[in-house]
Design a protein around this ligand. Structure first.
Ligand code: G3P
Length: 216
């Protein structure tokens, strides 16, 4: 399973990227708004940090298919390896099918059911983004959704990849890997929580103290 970072914060992206574990950056309008920058400026700044192979996801904000298509074409032109995020709704599916026929890579976002994921794949989406945490928030089990989509895509040999989003904690990320998600897009805070372990810290402290006792 690949790891993407779910942020537009430059310091977070720089730090996570320097670890060599992140191969994509996902944004949405809420994430961009948090940085107080224009969409194009935020994407340009992210592009300047990451390698050309790194995927960057930018989302359309229009609600009609034809406008989504226009926006999607413009987003796609910003840089190579730009993925256009489009909501999984009726107009969104229309837009995805038009853009995918033009060779533009799309991600059906705000996906909350296996049926939506199946339609996203049928429309030609390269990625589908089910929101694990938000499913948990309403008292359902987000991970069951991921498992079902992963099984369905495997049986159907669908080329669409699962970018599991709305990941809130390290357990989510581990369970996503076990459920068969292709990618987990993870907030910076969750990545750091995955790294930190009290036994690693105390073990390191002890090794360093013991090193002092070694005759030099
Ligand atoms: O990638 C989608 C994500 O940003 C949404 O996360 O925590 O607002 O549900 P959350």
């Amino acid at each position: 399973m690949k790891l993407f970072i779910d942020t537009a914060n430059i310091e977070e992206i720089k730090d996570a990227y320097s670890l060599g574990i992140v191969s994509g950056v996902t944004t949405n309008p809420s994430i961009i708004a948090r940085e107080g920058k224009k969409f194009e400026d935020a994407i340009a700044e992210i592009s300047a940090i990451v390698s050309p192979e790194t995927l960057i996801f930018g989302e359309v904000i229009s609600l009609e298919a034809d406008k989504m298509v226009e926006e999607g074409r413009a987003i796609n032109k910003i840089r190579p390896n730009m993925i256009v995020k489009i909501p999984t709704c009726k107009e969104g599916l229309k837009a995805v099918s038009i853009l995918s026929k033009e060779g533009i890579k799309t991600c059906c976002t705000l996906c909350f059911s296996a049926g939506q994921a199946l339609l996203a794949s049928a429309a030609g989406a390269s990625y589908v983004a089910p929101f694990v945490g938000r499913v948990d928030d309403i008292g359902w089990t987000g991970m069951e959704l991921i498992q079902k989509i992963a099984d369905m895509f495997a049986i159907q040999e669908a080329p669409t990849q699962i970018v599991a989003a709305s990941t809130r904690n390290p357990i989510h990320v581990i369970d996503l890997a076990l459920a068969g998600a292709d990618v987990a897009t993870v907030p910076y805070k969750v990545l750091m929580q995955m790294i930190d372990h009290p036994l690693t810290k105390s073990g390191l402290d002890k090794f360093l103290k013991d090193y002092e006792k070694i005759p030099k």
